[in-house]
Ligand binder design. Structure first.
Ligand code: SF4
Length: 345
């Protein structure tokens, strides 16, 4: 164990059971070793909501995750983010002005009249978009429960506007039997979002993507399938549909972690997700040959490091650390959207 990790353990001891450190699967190994709970955004959101007896939640992940914990936590709890500058490029692709404009254009179209649109928003989004979703009768989803949430949304309306990851939306829709011609991509920069007609359309996909999962290509999959006969390919649903279509397994971070464990000894499996998680899968499954489909690191997840975690804990002890701000006007509606998701879990 590194010296700084031992120092962090000392600080953890001082804070005792009032402290909960949450670590996302994409965090560096040193952070994950010190986290009280490791998980994907869904598991950690639940852990934050269920953290009884805990006063301080330190979220080692990106900003939208710390914000979600701040929305879900009790009034006597505070959430801290060791690196408040660590955002998410995909969340940034759905700024609120563009979201509000899209909603207003769509709901005033002549061909919308008899329709009812429900927003479904991926956890990987800013808090105001979650608030918008709650206000308009929608729900948040994660890659673990996107199908369940979209099934629910179709009991509330007949058209879904899915933010901000078009790939998770499209890959989930495919599982639900929604056809390509029943989907359209909403391009915020085009007049009318580039949508000519809503007739027969069930799903509108916001034009957003995760740069980390966009790095995996059809060529990557074809290359390993050709050169390593019998190998398996496992991918995250934020990858493009063409890549997902060629994969042997697709699923959320937690699903992939569980799926891989049960593979027969010596299976060679190429995984298409963030590099820190793939490295951990390699360590945790020495009976397998786990490899990266391609090396893809999330630069904002990487911004959280042991020095920042240590500084955050010191400041919590000194009572000088700033908690993640969550204005009441956003929290109320965002909580509705998150609770609708948790109720479906
Ligand atoms: S992996 Fe993608 S979605 Fe997740 S934080 Fe990084 S950029 Fe955002």
């Amino acid at each position: 164990m590194e010296k700084i990790q031992e120092e962090i353990l000392e600080l953890k001891k001082q804070l005792g059971s009032e402290l909960l450190i949450l670590g996302h699967h994409y965090q560096r190994h040193g952070i994950v070793e010190l986290a009280d709970k490791i998980g994907d955004s869904f598991g950690l959101a639940k852990a934050a909501a269920e953290a009884t007896g805990v006063k301080s939640i330190v979220f080692c992940g990106v900003r939208f995750m710390a914000e979600s914990a701040a929305i879900l936590c009790r009034d006597d709890q505070k959430v801290y983010h060791p690196e408040p500058e660590a955002g998410c490029p995909m969340a940034d692709m759905a700024p609120m002005e563009a979201v509000e404009e899209a909603w207003s254009i769509l709901t005033s179209r002549p061909d919308y009249k008899a329709r009812k649109m429900i927003p479904v928003t991926y956890m990987n989004s800013h808090a105001p978009l979650k608030g918008f979703t709650g206000k308009h009768g929608g729900a948040v989803c994660t890659s673990s429960n996107a199908k369940k949430v979209m099934d629910w949304a179709f009991t509330q309306g007949d058209l879904i506007l899915f933010f901000p990851d078009q790939h998770l939306g499209r890959n989930t829709a495919k599982l639900m039997g929604i056809k390509e011609e029943e989907m359209r991509v909403w391009y915020p920069s085009k007049p009318d979002g580039g949508i000519d007609s809503l007739e027969g359309v069930k799903l509108l996909l916001w034009n957003g993507h995760c740069p980390v999962h966009m790095k995996f290509t059809v060529r990557d999959v074809e290359f390993v399938k050709k050169n390593f006969p019998g190998c398996l390919v496992a991918v995250h649903p934020e990858c493009p549909k063409e890549v997902v279509d060629l994969a042997d397994a697709v699923g959320s971070t937690t699903h992939l972690v569980d799926w891989i464990k049960d593979l027969p000894h010596k299976t060679r499996v190429f995984v298409a997700t963030e590099v820190n998680l793939v490295r951990r899968m390699q360590q945790d499954n020495p009976h397998l040959r786990v490899e990266m489909l391609s090396r893809s690191l999330c630069p904002t997840m990487y911004m959280v490091d042991l020095f920042k975690l240590k500084r955050s804990l010191e400041k919590i002890i000194d009572k000088t650390e700033e908690a993640v701000p969550m204005p009441d006007e956003i929290k109320g509606d965002a909580l509705k959207a998150l609770e609708r998701m948790l109720a479906l879990a």
